[in-house]
Design a protein around this ligand. Structure first.
Ligand code: 0O2
Length: 220
């Protein structure tokens, strides 16, 4: 699946085509999200999206995932069984933005939602919190249209901070981090949840005060 010196011309061409299609899908979804964010800003004077990151899964990581699922490393298997080859991460400020963004995405007619994993309501044992949407997006090539899978992960800045460190640690220890480190990560995940709750409450209080001020001004 990677560029092996012994890969034949046909395999290399197929790999390049698959990469092009997944990259195009990332661009399609990225543009959609930017448009939705701009429109939201225009209507509500507020940006639910802080920033967007997108990436293509590395060939090594694809092979590892296929192996863990018991499949041979072929391009056909990767397209069929690896759902997060194209991944978009949407980072927002507040937990309330997560569902707002998910709803905006779900309402896009040309996207098909294949599955939803709500690790925000149901965090993983590790403490991982995030909202995952697996969608397909049509990519228009010169002679055909391909529906391409893209995994969209939506999470707050704080959850993303935690997930990035946990991901690094998981890779470093190949999933077998020492007990005290795992416990510390679970504690941090709980602090992240408390921080998210408090920041949301604070933001709501600020909005309430602003509304009150507006009402008072209108009375005068
Ligand atoms: P990487 O390096 O980010 O690509 P499925 O994809 O449905 O067949 P899976 O992998 O269980 O099976 O799906 P899930 O739970 O939706 O996870 C997909 C991705 O979510 C992961 O990809 C991570 O990016 C992220 N993720 C899931 N669980 C955790 C977690 O406990 N901690 C962190 N930091 N990230 C998580 P990869 O392939 O694991 O990694």
């Amino acid at each position: 699946m990677e560029y092996r010196p012994d890969a034949n011309g046909e395999e290399v061409d197929r790999w390049k085509e698959v990469t092009l299609v997944y990259n195009s899908a990332l661009k399609e979804v990225g543009t959609k999200l930017e448009i939705l964010n701009d429109e939201f800003q225009h209507v509500h004077q507020y940006n639910p999206i802080e920033h967007i990151k997108s990436r293509l899964k590395s060939p090594e990581s694809i092979v590892q995932k296929l192996r863990s699922k018991g499949y041979e490393s072929t391009i056909e298997n990767m397209v069929e069984y690896v759902n997060d080859i194209a991944g978009v991460r949407v980072i927002c400020s507040f937990t309330s933005d997560i569902y707002r963004i998910a709803e905006m995405i779900t309402e896009q007619n040309d996207l098909t939602v294949l599955s939803v994993k709500d690790y925000f309501q149901n965090p993983k044992e590790s403490g991982y919190k995030s909202y995952h949407l697996l969608v397909t997006v049509p990519v228009f090539l010169s002679n055909r249209v391909v529906d391409v899978k893209v995994e969209i992960q939506i999470r707050t800045v704080a959850m993303d901070f935690w997930a990035s460190l946990e991901h690094k640690i998981r890779y470093k220890y190949a999933g077998n981090a020492p007990e005290h480190i795992r416990k510390a990560l679970v504690r941090c995940a709980s602090m992240v949840s408390n921080l998210d709750d408090e920041m949301l409450a604070l933001n709501r209080e600020i909005q309430r005060l602003e509304e009150e001020e507006k009402r008072d001004k209108n009375k005068d």
